[in-house]
Write a protein that binds this ligand. Structure first.
Ligand code: ADP
Ligand code: MG
Length: 728
């Protein structure tokens, strides 16, 4: 489909858009009936399981205790009966390989009964463990052929659910994916391990503070997902979008996002219909979606759920990405989750809101009204500050990808420098501690008067927001803003859980020692620890404009790392510091960490190479033919005019010919960069991709985008930015 056909068909799709199904009547099926209807959650289990079995499962879910294997058969039967009552014919162990995607292998419940018939069967052992083979997933060298077995193991803490399809339903069981040697081949296993580590260290701190009843401490995640929607006709008219998820060509449209008229604007009807159906599907899966709005770039939107316990939030986030893509198709659109689908307008991120807490002590990052007097909060907050400073390189590495490189540091997203925005109130408290050893006051929240008599006074937050910080305190949580829209949030959560666990361990050790010698020393010991953390790690706090050049210079003076690209950031994973961090807390062995480094580098190289090949092919077979056709048209017009004695201004033809030459030279340069052998190691290959391949792609693009501004519109084969972003 050429650009102009796609345009006409997309316009037709928009102008003749009619609702595809009866709108859901929320007065007949209420939201509360809908919510979790397809989830084998605790309430369903309570109804369907014998009391003792239910309590055993509950114990595992709530306190992280070991699952009693003897209950598996009972749970499996109840789960199967429930699923079949919902129309399921198959079950699937769902797992999360290192690619960041979601994988599933489906099996039928049916087993032959030996008499020519079949019965529905689902035994405990099938629930607990699967062996999907799945040997083609990248494993970074962990699964050599002699130990190629891979197992999926039931994660009791993330409930099973039903996936609907017009032709049937499937029971899906979230699982961890491990090798025959017990090594983690996935994103879930280290996440679960990191949650255990965090719990253990947080408990120590809470005990020092004298709490006796302490629930399991978990981390929470609330992930705000940004995405683009474009008409599907455009998607299929763009080989670059199909192959790589982003446009490799495209001149800037006359109108971009400069008017800010899309942000929070009225949502177009087709898009809103899509959102409503997506939300309905997510509700059924028990995913508490809450917020929706237009984002900054034209064609860009955001959806955010209410935060949940990190493991569940991570699984739900994966389901959300799949659901967004699936439902968009139904509405004749494609959902683009790439971090930078369009150059020149904002890319998409995924802000991950992070906190930790439990049922007995609540949110441990809630400062209350008087943070200066809330020593427990200050300790947990200081642990985060210390961790982010000490392991800034790790946090940068876990958000590194070829896609996210286009976004970080591009004045639309936080820079690659990790710093913390604390806000005025907390910064003041921590400054008092640094200076005087103790904090005696908290700046007040106050009231905000609007200046209109009919409007009420509004409570004012103690600090303003800062959108340029990669890691911002936002009242009762930290918001990690550098995560890319397409990424699994598991990596960032593993890193956050583990660095905070390490800090809490450090602080707990100091405080425990002080209290052991004299319990009244606690207050003094806390002061000392907080002062120590601030003097060593306070440099990471920055409340100013993270987008400014001045900050780059200042950050360098403060010694904060600025790892600009994936290629700079990933090697942090093999530093002794990171390897021993993950090893000490039982999150990842050295081999597991190294395998991740290998997979991520490989993925970077593959992404860039794929984009480069697509660039060559499109430039040669799509852009070049259009350009020379127009060149021929201009040349023959020139000849005809000259034959008739008219003058012909060759300016356009000159420009066009210059760009055609530049395009051809660019293609040759890119091809040369692609065949060059940059050395043995993956790191060398990745560096070559960044230093030679990506710039060569940009050279080709510059010529092609120049041609887009000259070649006759009816000859231009690619859907333009204006069309893709504004026809909806
Ligand atoms: P904004 O765009 O202003 O940052 P949103 O409402 O879009 O805010 O998203 C905020 C996210 O933070 C939501 O997912 C919300 O549930 C989550 N959140 C709120 N409180 C916490 C908390 N204590 N821990 C983790 N996440 C939280
Ligand atoms: Mg946010």
């Amino acid at each position: 489909m050429s650009g102009s056909t796609a345009r006409l068909q997309a316009i037709n799709a928009v102008t003749s858009y009619a609702p595809i199904s009866e709108p859901l009547n929320f007065s007949e099926v209420t939201m509360s009936e809908l919510f979790g209807a397809n989830v084998f959650g605790l309430s369903v289990m309570k109804d369907r399981l014998p009391k003792a079995v239910y309590e055993s499962v509950l114990e595992t879910v709530q306190s992280g205790s070991l699952l009693d294997p003897s209950v598996a058969d009972v749970v499996a039967t109840a789960m199967k009966d429930w699923a079949i009552s919902k129309g399921a014919t198959h079950y699937a162990h769902v797992f999360y390989p290192l690619t960041g995607s979601t994988a599933e292998k489906h099996d039928s419940f049916l087993s032959p009964d030996g008499q020519g018939g079949a019965i529905a069967e689902f035994a405990g052992k099938t629930l607990i463990q699967g062996e999907p083979d799945a040997s083609s997933f990248p494993n970074g060298g962990i699964r050599a052929t002699f130990e190629a077995r891979g197992y999926t193991a039931w994660d009791v803490t993330s409930p099973a659910y039903i996936l609907e399809n017009p032709n049937g339903t499937t029971l899906c069981i979230p699982t961890a994916f491990v090798s025959w040697t017990g090594e983690a081949l996935d994103k879930k296993t280290p996440l679960l391990r990191s949650m255990q580590a965090l719990n253990k260290q947080a408990q120590r701190i809470l005990r020092v503070f004298g709490h006796e009843e302490i629930d399991n401490v978990v981390s929470y995640a609330g992930a705000e997902q940004e995405y683009f929607l474009i008409d599907r006709h455009f998607f299929f008219a763009r080989p670059d979008l199909i192959a790589s998820g982003r446009t490799l060509f495209g001149a800037p449209p006359p109108k971009g996002q400069e008017f800010d008229d899309h942000y929070f604007g009225a949502i177009p009807e087709r898009v809103l219909a899509f959102m409503l159906e997506t939300e309905r599907e997510l509700f059924k899966l028990g995913i508490p979606v809450k917020t929706r709005h237009n984002e900054v770039a034209p064609g860009q939107y955001e959806v955010a759920p209410v935060f949940e316990q990190a493991n569940l939030a991570t699984d739900h986030q994966q389901l959300m990405m799949v659901t967004l893509k699936r439902v968009a198709e139904k509405y004749g659109m494609t959902c683009l989750l790439h971090e930078k689908p369009f150059a020149g307008v904002n890319g998409s991120g995924k802000h991950v809101n992070f906190s930790l807490g439990n049922g007995t002590q609540g949110n441990l990052l809630d400062p209350g009204d008087n943070p200066h007097a809330n020593a427990q909060f200050l300790v947990f907050c200081a642990a985060v500050i210390r961790g982010v400073h000490k392991y800034a390189g790790l946090l940068r590495a876990v958000v590194a990808s070829a896609g996210n490189d286009h976004r970080l540091g591009a004045n639309e997203a936080p820079p690659a420098i990790l710093s913390i925005f604390l806000g005025e109130q907390l910064t003041d408290v921590f400054e008092q501690i640094s200076r005087d050893g103790d904090a005696t006051s908290s700046k007040l929240k106050g009231k905000l008067t609007v200046g209109v008599d009919t409007l009420p006074e509004l409570p004012k937050d103690a600090g303003d927001r800062n959108r340029t910080s990669p890691f911002a305190f936002t009242g009762n949580r930290f918001e990690f803003r550098a995560v890319g829209s397409n990424q699994s949030i598991a990596g960032p959560m593993v890193a956050l859980n583990t660095i905070v666990a390490e800090s809490l361990d450090f602080i707990a050790t100091e405080l425990e020692a002080a209290v052991a010698s004299d319990p009244v020393e606690l207050h003094a010991a806390i002061q000392k620890v907080l002062q120590g953390v601030m003097s060593k790690h306070g440099a990471v706090i920055f409340n100013g404009d993270g987008y400014s050049d001045a900050w780059h210079a200042e950050a360098a003076e403060r010694g904060l790392p600025n790892l600009r690209s994936t290629v700079d950031a990933l090697p942090t994973l093999e530093s002794d510091e990171v390897i021993s961090l993950f090893e000490s807390y039982g999150v990842l062995s050295k081999r597991e960490t190294m395998s991740r480094l290998e997979v991520f580098l490989e993925q970077y190289c593959m992404s860039v190479t794929l984009e480069a090949r697509t660039t060559v092919e499109m430039a040669r077979t799509v852009v070049f033919p259009a350009a020379v056709r127009y060149q021929g048209e201009l040349a023959s017009t020139a000849n005809s005019l000259k034959a008739l004695g008219y003058a012909f201004d060759a300016d356009t033809l000159d420009k066009l010919s210059g760009l055609v030459k530049a395009l051809q030279d660019g293609i040759a340069g890119l091809e040369a960069a692609l065949v060059e052998q940059p050395g043995e190691t993956l790191q060398a290959h990745a560096e070559h991709c960044r230093n030679a391949v990506l710039p060569a792609m940009l050279t080709v693009r510059a010529a092609a985008d120049g041609l887009e501004g000259i070649v006759a519109d009816d000859l231009w084969p690619l859907a333009t930015y204006q069309e893709m972003l504004f026809i909806k």
